[in-house]
Design a protein around this ligand. Structure first.
Ligand SMILES: [Zn+2]
Length: 306
């Protein structure tokens, strides 16, 4: 990556501006004097007035890293600009890492593709539960339910014809196929007063989903009608499956599925960006704001459904 982030000082300056958008304020004494930079230590600042030491990377994806910020920014660039995503092998090759390190970096990077403060979907929202084959802790294949919700964008073209296009999307791993689990997902991801377009499934009847209007339609054996009704959602799911098969392992591990779902939504929601730098800017902002999941979360047995 050339230009803006080619030196460590440029990356540090960017991180500093993200961390202190309104200028530096010491969290201990309130001093606003520009802090010293401790040159012998990586990303460490010291307050001029009280001597408090502040890790510039604390609370970011770069926390505790021994690698240069330049390397991280380069890896973020790779993830952001390749429209279909990159593999761990690609990261390893570009960065000169072992494949294992590449894999761990990619897992961390994927975890910051979600902005926790993102606005919920609104308007008309197609929703469904789909099933994915994943591997469980024992390497055995299992099917898990995944909630998918996608906004319908209605555009009128110059001939006055209406086109329904796929808008923003959300996916979430469900604990089970119950109304309660789907209700939790809807509460978090779909705004009050939106209209859910669904099939006749009973999982949308939960109390937790009472904040949305519900337009179920039982199409029975009429597959053509069912397909047309959920066309945006079906296309999105087909793209997801193709992407997963093409770029990654076709049957991912259960604990990693959440990150694949998040990454695909990130790419889908930014597919119209004319410049590849827009998604990069978004990723950089999130990387400077969010902590990466712990090593144990990425490697271990536990996972938390969304
Ligand atoms: Zn101070």
């Amino acid at each position: 990556m050339s230009g803006a982030f080619s030196s460590e000082a440029q990356c540090e300056a960017y991180l500093f501006s993200q961390k202190y958008p309104d200028g530096f304020v010491c969290e201990r004494c309130g001093s606003v004097a520009a802090p010293w930079r401790i040159l012998s230590r990586h990303c460490l600042l010291e307050c001029r007035d009280c001597g408090q030491q502040i890790g510039l990377t604390t609370g970011t994806i770069f926390e505790n890293t021994k690698k240069l910020l330049c390397d991280w920014f380069r890896a973020l660039f790779e993830v952001a600009v390749h429209k279909t995503g990159v593999s761990a092998a690609h990261i390893a090759r570009v960065m000169g890492f072992s494949e294992n390190t590449g894999l761990n970096w990619l897992r961390k990077l994927r975890a910051v593709t979600v902005n926790p403060e993102r606005a919920p979907l609104s308007g008309e929202v197609e929703t469904d539960t789909i099933f994915f084959n994943v591997q469980d802790e024992y390497g055995k294949g299992v099917e898990v339910p995944v909630a998918v919700a996608i906004e319908v964008e209605r555009n009128i073209d110059k001939w006055g014809r209406e086109h329904a296009m796929p808008g923003r999307a959300r996916m979430g791993l469900l604990e089970n196929q119950s109304a309660e689990a789907m209700g939790k997902f809807l509460k978090k991801n779909v705004a009050k007063g939106s209209t859910l377009v669904t099939d006749g499934g009973t999982e949308f009847m939960a109390d937790a989903a009472s904040h949305v209007k519900h337009k179920p339609e039982v199409t029975g054996q009429d597959w053509e009608r069912a397909r047309a009704r959920m066309a945006r959602l079906n296309l999105f799911v087909a793209n997801f499956k193709m992407w997963l098969r093409g770029t990654y392992h076709p049957s991912p591990h259960l604990r990693l599925l959440k990150y694949y779902l998040d990454e695909h939504c990130f790419r889908h929601n930014r597919r119209k960006s004319k410049s590849p730098l827009k998604p990069l800017q978004r990723l950089l902002e999130l990387a400077c704001r969010l902590k990466a999941p712990k090593w144990r979360e990425l490697q271990g047995a536990s996972f938390s459904p969304t």
